[in-house]
Design a protein around this ligand. Structure first.
Ligand code: GTP
Length: 298
């Protein structure tokens, strides 16, 4: 093996909810391929972001956070995580610089023992929000969890050390030809990226259990014949009638805000003007019902 070898492979970031995994994926890819939110556990599917470098390629598989399942949705999410971890070449455990390493981080770290084939990297995230001595302390604390293949402090917000992280991850990948064409950023369909952008907009400002009750499907997407406009018809599902009211808001105000936030993001993605029609529907207890989960794409 020589240092000039081209390397390519799969990496996934794990860690407690809200540690910055999705934001890191987007920052490395340079485009929004994973939705982010200040609500924990909003990542639902294995999204592949692809990072291209002259000497290699990283395929990032974004996973839901690991947690104890309380619903059928929770169980499905956990099995997505297990399947993903069994397949990847490198696992990056993310821990924010400013949070003391706690039982949650240790639990996840211990779970990684079940995947001996994967190289393991510790990523200290959000270093922009912590003092230098604080970051140094965290690096020492994390080094004590296991014998890591690398420990890297980063900030997705400031773009600090992202190139170093990419370089180190590629160095840990097997020699391989490129796995995706050099212009690919994700293998998610445009439709599912649009549905995720709508879900992201709907998550903004909602509280308690509601975030987990929201699901989005696209009914139709079509080009207008007479002008440069894409019509998108989407459904926003909630679990209860009471939640429907919250999503729609007084006089439909909230739904309008969600629609215009989502539309702005979708227009960025498509690079063209969009007309977005959102309909709110109730799918009773969909998180616990296997038929409904299937219909909503889980
Ligand atoms: N200060 C700072 N905040 C960040 C950074 N990266 C992410 N965050 C914030 O941390 C929160 C969680 O980020 P996500 O990327 O959604 O976290 P996640 O780990 O993917 O969360 P789940 O999808 O819930 O598992 C968001 O409010 C982000 O804006 C960073 O580099 N610096």
């Amino acid at each position: 093996m020589s240092d000039t070898a081209y390397r390519a492979g799969f990496v996934t970031f794990v860690g407690r909810p809200n540690v910055g995994k999705s934001t890191l994926t987007n920052a490395l890819v340079g485009e929004k391929v994973a939705i982010t939110s200040s609500k924990p556990q909003t990542t639902r599917r294995a999204i592949r972001g692809i990072v291209h470098a002259p000497n290699g390629q990283l395929v990032i598989v974004d996973t839901p956070g690991m947690h104890r399942p309380r619903t059928l949705l929770g169980e499905r999410l956990n099995s997505i995580v297990q399947d993903t971890l069994a397949e990847v070449d490198v696992i990056g455990l993310c821990v924010p610089a400013g949070d003391k390493i706690g039982p949650g981080d240790k639990y996840i770290n211990e779970q990684l023992d079940a995947f001996p084939k994967a190289k393991k990297v510790a990523i200290v995230t959000k270093i922009d929000a912590t003092s230098r001595p604080g970051v140094a302390e965290q690096l020492i604390a994390i080094s004590q969890l296991r014998d890591w293949d690398a420990i890297i402090p980063i900030s997705s917000y400031d773009g600090v050390q992202l190139d170093v992280l990419t370089e180190q991850l590629i160095a840990l990948m097997p020699e391989s030809p490129a796995l995706y064409p050099d212009d690919a950023v994700t293998d998610e369909s445009t439709e599912s990226r649009i549905a995720e952008l709508i879900r992201e907009a709907a998550l903004e400002g909602v509280q308690d259990e509601l975030p987990h009750s929201i699901a989005v499907t696209l009914d139709d997407m079509a080009e207008r014949e007479d002008k440069d406009l894409v019509d998108i018809f989407a459904n926003l599902f909630v679990e209860r009638d009471s939640q429907k009211g919250i999503i729609i808001g007084k006089g439909g105000e909230r739904l309008q805000e969600v629609g215009s936030r989502a539309r702005a993001e979708i227009e960025k993605l498509l690079g063209r003007p969009v007309y977005l029609s959102l309909r709110v529907k109730v799918a009773k207890e969909w998180q616990r019902d296997s038929k409904q989960l299937g219909r909503l794409g889980f």
